[in-house]
Write a protein that binds this ligand. Structure first.
Ligand code: ATP
Length: 629
């Protein structure tokens, strides 16, 4: 299967960029809400139940409060009508005429206090639930990212999506309380609407007419905000990158000595200004249209108010009815307004959920087979490359092609060649970080893809030239080579001894417990060569049958390099190794040397054979040797 085909088969590579998504698309994004709610439910049954029940109860309190308010006014009016104004309250109090009023006032008070308490407890449940959800989603995000292929990480589109997914987790957690608040508002609206329907059904129609324009407007502008956000993801990532380069311990040295600060700051300011301008355009239009739509709503409200007042004067309604109706209408308007705009916000946020869910839908392609072939121990025949070719995704050129050779069991093979010749690519194929686009790689006669990925990786210890400097302790920096053995001190010190990192660690104030790097308090930075010795120790943490060292000694001084290889030779116990190096002092120690040129093998043989052949190798060797004379 060619890389080209794979690329087009992946949904993420053909994802359209919504310039401005249609209403239908925004509504379609609501399909993300049920799975979102389901994951909330899985986060904590108890908190979800608690929040839902409290909100249900809380939802009917406003109409009850308003209705009791109406009863209070009617009761007051009744008292005034039956006995007239009473300057001395003591008579009323003693004959029990105020009993009913007292009861109503006490009920109103209880309703007000309950509404407040229920609201607070529900908000607490929401915030706890939100934090739990955000934590568990971040863990899922890391787990899923870990399962993806290296190719995925080198894809800018995926990086954009991952970035939006991360921001979704950090910034979209309000969605939960918004959704629950929406449900609560909807129930409150229904309860108010029932009250209003009983008195004056036509008021509802008036209300809807006033609100629909503002709803459509909100929907439109939410989608525009999303589109702006979407289109500018790469630039936002660049902003993050510039911030990191401009102010981080790793880059400070070079940025200072090249005087790069001004350039970085200007680039940052320019980019952030462009994003700001795009956001401002939407914000201006939103504010302008929002004003128009709100005015329409206000006109609707006051028309209704005038009608109710007029009909009260005509005697159709009591004063209590007037307060209840106008109060209901006002509350309904604000509630419907917030429900509709909240709905469009939910629809907008559901679009962001798309990023999160679509990130979770990306499937890795480099997988273990269902019934893996047992991994040979020891490897008998070796690893055979049969006409192997590979092109990086999206690249026109083949990075390597027509590779034919066998890495024999127990053999130390060196790869040499100029920059970009394809040496690291060969190693990535060997450790199945990529699958070849052409040809096959066989291990003891079976394609690499027949073996369990975990077993394959456990049996191949690779240290890449751009190995990671972890800001962990020295001990953990070595243990990452086999993290299960993190507490195995004997193994760690043994690995350090083999890679001559033991001498480096002996000089650290806290030895193996010393925090490395300058990121954390009390961290100690190392020289390039010292870091490299620590990194090489990782390879020895494994019981790998094949060691791959990609320019393992580039930063080492001549004596250290010699020592590392002496120990490697002594201690390899017949293990195979592939060593990439530009130093011929290292290369000549190998059993066999492969010379790569423009992605192909140009020569193969021992040091002596290749020098005698007088080809490219001999030329490169002579060049380097001349440098020492
Ligand atoms: N992730 C990548 N995406 C696209 N092209 C790549 C990628 N990595 C390497 N290449 C290209 O593939 C070719 C082979 O690169 P490779 O890293 O294998 O060379 P190398 O021989 O290891 O070089 P060096 O000695 O500089 O480390 C080069 O042309 C390089 O530009």
């Amino acid at each position: 299967m060619s890389r080209h085909y794979k690329a087009s088969a992946r949904p993420r590579r053909v994802e359209p960029r919504p310039e401005s998504s249609s209403l239908r698309e925004r509504l379609a994004a609501l399909r993300n809400v049920p799975p979102f709610l389901l994951s909330i439910w899985h986060t904590s049954h108890w908190l979800t139940l608690c929040s839902v029940v409290l909100r249900l109860v809380r939802a009917v309190l406003p109409v009850a409060t308003l209705y009791v308010g109406k009863l209070i006014i009617d009761e007051v009016m009744h008292l005034l009508r039956t006995s007239g104004p009473h300057p001395d309250m003591s008579g009323w109090l003693s004959n029990g005429m105020l009993h009913h009023l007292w009861m109503l006032l006490a009920l109103e008070f209880t309703l007000a206090v309950s509404a407040d308490l229920l609201g607070r407890v529900a908000a607490m449940c929401d915030s706890l639930l939100t934090e739990l959800y955000s934590n568990s989603t971040s863990v899922r995000l890391m787990e899923h990212a870990a399962s993806l292929d290296l190719e995925d990480f080198e894809d800018a589109d995926l990086q954009d999506r991952l970035d939006r997914a991360r921001r979704q987790v950090a910034g979209r957690s309000v969605l939960l309380s918004q959704l629950l608040g929406q449900a609560q508002d909807a129930i409150t609206i229904i309860s108010f609407a029932i009250g209003l329907l009983v008195y004056a059904p036509w008021l509802i129609v008036l209300l809807l007419v006033a609100l629909v324009p503002s709803f459509v407007g909100e929907m439109h502008f939410n989608a525009q905000s999303y589109a702006v956000n979407f289109q500018w993801t790469p630039e936002r990532r660049e902003l993050d990158y510039l911030r990191m380069v401009g102010a981080s311990a790793q880059t400070a040295k070079e940025v200072k000595s090249f005087g790069l600060n001004r350039f970085l700051i200007d680039r940052y300011a320019e980019l952030s200004q462009s994003i700001y301008r795009a956001n401002r355009r939407v914000a201006f239009r939103r504010a302008g249209w929002g004003g128009v739509f709100t005015t329409i709503g206000t006109i609707g409200y006051y028309t209704a108010y005038a009608i109710i007042a007029f009909r009260t004067v005509r005697g159709d309604f009591s004063i209590g009815d007037l307060t209840f109706l106008s109060g209901s209408f006002r509350r309904l308007r604000t509630l419907l307004d917030s429900l509709l705009s909240g709905f469009s916000q939910v629809a907008g946020q559901a679009l962001y959920l798309d990023d999160l869910f679509s990130f979770f839908r990306i499937e890795p392609e480099i997988l273990s087979p269902e019934n893996p072939h047992p991994f040979p121990n020891p490897i008998r025949e070796g690893i055979m490359f049969e006409d192997v070719g590979f092109r990086y995704p999206g690249a026109e050129r083949w990075a390597v092609r027509h590779l034919n050779f066998t890495l024999r069991a127990g053999e130390v093979l060196a790869l040499v060649g100029e920059n970009g010749a394809g040496k690291t690519t060969l190693v990535k194929l060997l450790s199945r970080l990529y699958d070849p686009d052409e040809g096959r790689i066989l291990l003891d006669g079976h394609p690499l893809s027949d073996y369990s990925l975990a077993e394959l990786r456990a049996n191949i210890g690779v240290i890449f030239q751009d190995y990671v400097r972890y800001y962990f302790t020295a001990s953990d920096n070595i243990a990452v080579g086999r993290i299960e053995a993190r507490d195995d001190e004997v193994r760690i010190t043994d690995a350090a001894r083999r890679s001559i990192a033991d001498a480096v660690i002996a000089r650290l104030p806290k030895g193996y417990k010393q925090m490395l790097g300058k990121l954390f308090k009390e961290g100690v930075d190392l020289s390039g060569g010292e870091w490299q010795k620590i990194a090489i120790a990782r390879a020895y943490m494994r019981d790998a049958q094949l060691l791959v060292l990609d320019e393992p000694t580039a930063a080492l001084d001549a004596r250290s390099e010699f020592e590392v290889f002496q120990r490697f030779k002594e201690l390899s116990h017949g293990r195979s190794a592939v060593i990439i190096s530009h130093r011929f002092s290292t290369v000549r120690m190998a059993d066999r040397i492969i010379v790569m040129r423009h992605g192909q093998i140009s020569e193969m043989g021992s040091h002596e054979q290749l020098v005698a052949a007088g080809g490219h190798y001999a030329e490169l060797f002579e060049l380097q040797a001349a440098g020492y004379r």
